[in-house]
Design a protein around this ligand. Structure first.
Ligand code: BG6
Length: 478
């Protein structure tokens, strides 16, 4: 569908950028902060690229004013960040640490003073270690109450200052990496435990949204979901079926629960057959039904392409966390689908497909099925950057990537889809969980390497100046 004339971006479109606590803050044990599962997990040898940790990260905790100043100068309209649960409640369920809350209040006030809309993520993967030790974190239903209490504390404290709240960041990613692939904390590889923990996370998500409504907190709330459309390798019906399976098991399996309060029938049938279905207790569906979000938060990086996978086919693949192009090995689920190469798109050095049209397709699919406005909560390019001697960084590849995605968003808006805003990933460079510091995403370069923090000095990349103009011109990219 080509439009003769593209509809302009809405006047109040949120041109933003994003980060997450563990990836930027540092100050691991400062001002009463408790440890999170990530603080501990990264200490296990071999878990992260070159054993990198977020102990110091990019020191945003101490430099937030400088970072907000850079945002203000750029004209940023929104900044999405996450709150570290263990900074606010060090052991996850006991006493509140006022210093932790104060840090976030200072950050929010600083943003508001510069007319930047704070978008607050309640959970970006860093559950307090104390809850992991006490009751196995997301595997216990006690987490529902603790997560709701923690969220309520934030709602009440920042009510009126924050208009956009994100509940769980990429529930599909933290549960599958944490319990199926063993690559995120708690490092478990057990499909049964994965589906159980995921169900509990669904309940926690709904419970928080329910509390938000009951307390009549101002603003909008929704999850951030990692989604990219799935394509079939070709028109062979078996491959189309595989693509259909992938959408059902990796997208509808979460988004249907958020919006309709139930799992897709097809997936539940398969889980039951394979003795993997989560335990559903009385009242679960009633709670899920009360968790309908105001928007669908979308984290989009890439699309994926699949083909038929026989019952004795491949399962586990291999991730590229080194930046050596071509080192990914595709995985799949026997009997459902397996990943394959898309010959029509370019790839990053980490083998992620670059596909702006995929963003448009993905948003149209979300719009048709869920009829909710979309807030793009992440989109960006992780690449190597070079700091030149004069302090410049010529990240043309990032500008190209972002420009193409901004265009795709405008086309999607022209298709009739409601898009509230666009947060690029990320504002400053930051720690890429498993890929160290060399996989950079920011508009602002932070001078540090994997195991050398240097002075953590900030430099504006070419993309910083480019985005400034995009914001000024409300989406006109060149
Ligand atoms: C998303 C996360 O999965 O993608 C971010 O919400 C993350 O926290 C981003 O950094 C990019 O992924 P990666 O693995 O390249 O850091």
């Amino acid at each position: 569908m080509e439009h003769k004339k593209l509809v302009p971006f809405p006047e109040d479109f949120l041109w933003g950028s994003a980060s997450a606590a563990y990836q930027v803050e540092g100050a691991m044990e400062e001002d009463g902060k408790g440890l999170s599962v990530w603080d501990e997990f990264v200490k296990i040898p071999g878990k992260t690229f070159k054993e990198t940790t977020g102990e110091v990260a990019v020191d945003h905790y101490h430099r937030y004013k400088e970072d907000v100043q850079l945002m203000a100068e750029q004209g940023l309209k929104a900044y999405r960040f996450s709150v570290a649960w263990s900074r606010v409640i060090p052991d996850g369920h006991g006493e509140v640490n006022e210093a932790g809350l104060q840090f976030y209040e200072n950050l929010i006030d600083e943003l508001l003073a510069h007319n930047i809309e704070p978008i607050v993520t309640l959970y970006h993967w860093d559950i307090p270690q104390a809850l992991q030790d006490k009751y196995k974190g997301w595997e216990s239903r006690q987490v529902i109450e603790d997560f709701t209490r923690y969220s309520t504390i934030l709602f009440e404290r920042f009510n009126g200052k924050v208009n956009y709240w994100v509940t769980l960041n990429e529930q599909n990613v933290f549960t599958s990496h944490g319990y199926m692939m063993g690559s995120h904390p708690p490092g478990v590889k057990d499909p049964k435990r994965f589906y159980e923990a995921n169900h509990i996370a669904n309940l926690a998500n709904a419970s928080v949204i329910k509390a938000f409504r009951e307390l009549e907190i101002k603003g909008k709330i929704g999850p951030s979901f990692a989604y990219g459309p799935t394509y079939a390798l070709d028109s062979k019906p078996e491959n189309q079926l595989a693509a259909d399976n992938n959408e059902t098991f990796n997208a509808h399996f979460w988004m249907d629960v958020y919006v309709f309060g139930k799992y897709p029938k097809l997936a539940m049938k398969w889980l039951e057959e394979n003795n993997l279905a989560p335990t559903i207790e009385e009242g679960d569906y009633a709670l899920l039904a009360e968790g309908k979000p105001d928007f669908m938060g979308l984290n989009y990086y890439r699309s994926s392409t699949v083909e038929h996978n026989p019952l004795d086919g491949v399962s586990e693949g291999k991730m590229n966390t080194t930046g050596e192009k071509g080192s990914t090995e595709a995985g799949g689920v026997p009997g459902l689908y397996k990943g394959t190469d898309n010959p029509f798109v370019e790839k990053t050095n980490w083998d992620w497909d670059i596909d702006p049209t995929g963003l448009r397709i993905g948003m149209r699919r979300i719009d048709s099925r869920y009829e909710l406005p979309i807030l793009i909560t992440e989109n960006g390019l992780g690449e190597y950057d070079t700091l030149e001697e004069d302090g410049s960084i010529h990240d043309t590849y990032r500008i190209d990537y972002l420009k193409a995605h901004v265009k795709a968003i405008q086309e999607t808006i022209s298709d009739g889809v409601e898009v509230l805003g666009y947060c690029t990933w990320s504002y400053t460079d930051l720690l890429s969980w498993l890929n160290g510091y060399q996989k950079r995403y920011g508009f602002v370069y932070v001078d540090r390497e994997e195991n050398d923090e240097k002075e953590l000095k900030r430099y504006k990349k070419d993309s910083y100046h480019w985005y400034k103009k995009v914001i000024e011109n409300n989406g006109v990219t060149d």
